[in-house]
Design a protein around this ligand. Structure first.
Ligand code: HEM
Length: 446
């Protein structure tokens, strides 16, 4: 029982490695179908990659919360260790079962969750165990709670709600109408992103408080206002996920405006953290700090992208192209993964590493930012070319449309190789620290 959280953190890092490897393989399968179709076709690799990505994000977020829980409101004790163990065992075993199903070409779910739907049941059970392990000590604890605890609590609850909503298609009434089913699917997928963002942004707020030593960032009226803004986002920002189904224009417009405010919220939080941060505190947690700043940069870039693609004249060209993928990966790699890496840097005390390892991590960090930028820009360019040729060159067939797109996708795949090398290098150092280093033992064990 003692080193459960250590195993859980290691599993999250392995999921990140899996995401990277399957992402690269999926890219090659897309570019060279004649080779890959024989053994690992794109339709099999995409669910592998996307599910690994989602599970990396959710596992990374819950690992951080379970780790920080002990020192925030559980008074250094772990009264719910059995429930936590139950959650981790069922959650990780089900993920393994999901990958086995994908390997055996057993599909059956819906977008992003394409495994046989029966496996949603153990996921649901494990989540309920997590909820008990989180809320029971929370309700027993006294005193005013900082905003990050509210955010974690909200994210965990809303993940349950959106997960159930996402599985409503299993009731035949929802499947009776294609439009009804797809609307609920896309809506719940969008809302689920809001739920894990609450968990992850809460974690980044916690880190900012810890690094700067300034509790005020997470307390007071402004903090509460921004929490409410985040909550509004969680409940209503899914609108831009259902642009393509016939909905009232006011629903689209309102939810679009709301979804932009969530990012403004994160930028505002990081900016006020940067203002209060002393140089010494920054240097003591340099890599953690850098990952948080990287997330801020990617929030800004994604904000620019989404603001542009929502202009109807631009959307006409970009819709359903690689720009949508740029938006999804820009957010999940640039924002979610960067914050989770900041969290793992802090948990595993990576900032204490000196000399060659520290320089190697610093180099890998910059390489990851540079290659992610090329990767992301290549997707946008590929999307623009495809959109333009589809709309403007009506006489071209699909192959002709795709010819220049595939050339740009090759640049994407080269950038992807460097992205994989750089993030995987960071993950391997973290894995080594999580497995080997004795001095982290007391820190990690619960
Ligand atoms: C932390 C790392 C990563 C995360 C979190 C991530 C996340 C995602 C997500 C959420 C999607 C679904 C996008 C959509 O449906 O629009 C996706 C698709 C994809 N990703 Fe990644 N990704 C990562 C790294 C990579 C890397 C390194 C590569 C390639 C070298 C890659 C290649 C792809 C490809 C080819 C698709 C499918 C695009 C399509 O269907 O058109 N990913 N990824």
């Amino acid at each position: 029982m003692k080193s459960n959280i250590r195993i859980y953190i290691i599993s999250a890092l392995i999921l990140l490695l899996t995401t990277l490897i399957f992402g690269l393989l999926a890219t090659w399968a897309f570019l060279f179908p004649e080779v890959y179709n024989k053994f690992l076709p794109f339709y099999q690799l995409r669910p592998f990659h996307v599910s690994a990505a989602l599970f990396w994000i959710i596992t990374g977020a819950t690992a951080s919360i379970l780790f920080y829980k002990k020192e925030t409101f559980a008074n250094g004790k772990n009264s719910s260790a059995l429930l936590e163990t139950g959650f981790m065992v069922i959650w990780l075993t089900t993920i393994a079962a999901i990958f086995i199903c994908y390997g055996l070409k057993m599909f059956g779910g819906r977008e992003y969750w394409e495994f046989p739907p029966i496996l949603c049941l153990p996921l649901l059970i494990s989540w309920i165990l997590l909820m008990f392990s989180f809320y029971v000590p929370l309700f027993k604890s006294t005193g005013k709670k900082p905003m990050y605890i509210w955010m974690w609590a909200t994210g965990i609850l809303f993940f349950l709600i959106t997960f159930v909503e996402q599985n409503l298609w299993q009731i035949s009434w929802f499947r009776a109408s294609y439009l009804k089913e797809i609307t609920v699917q896309w809506k719940s997928n969008g809302a689920m992103v809001g739920a894990w963002n609450q968990m992850i942004y809460g974690t980044s707020l916690y880190l900012m408080v810890k690094i700067s030593g300034d509790e005020n960032i997470a307390k007071g009226k402004t903090a509460f206002f921004f929490y409410m803004l985040g909550l509004t986002n969680l409940m209503f920002n899914w609108g831009h996920h259902i642009y393509n189904v016939p909905t009232a224009a006011w629903i689209r417009d309102t939810s679009y405006i709301i979804s932009m405010t969530e990012w403004v919220f994160l930028i505002r939080m990081i900016q006020s953290f940067k203002k209060t941060l002393e140089q010494r505190a920054k240097l003591r947690h340099l890599l953690t700090y850098r990952f948080i700043i990287a997330a801020e940069f990617w929030v800004f870039m994604n904000l620019l992208l989404t603001l542009s693609i929502s202009v109807p004249a631009i959307n006409l060209y970009t819709h359903g192209t690689h720009i949508t993928v740029a938006h999804a990966m820009g957010a999940t790699i640039g924002i979610n993964t960067m914050i989770l890496l900041a969290s793992f840097t802090y948990i595993l005390k990576i900032d204490d590493l000196k000399g060659r390892v520290s320089r190697f991590l610093s180099f890998s960090y910059w390489l990851s930012q540079f290659s992610l930028s090329c990767f992301w820009i290549a997707l946008i360019v590929a999307g623009l070319i495809k959109g333009y040729r589809t709309v403007e060159s009506c006489k071209l067939n699909f192959q002709e449309i795709m010819e220049p797109v595939l050339r740009v996708m090759k640049v994407f795949s080269y950038a992807g190789v460097f992205l994989v090398i750089s993030i995987a290098s960071i993950v391997i150092v973290y894995l080594y620290n999580a497995i080997k280093l004795k001095e982290f033992q007391t820190q990690i064990e619960i």
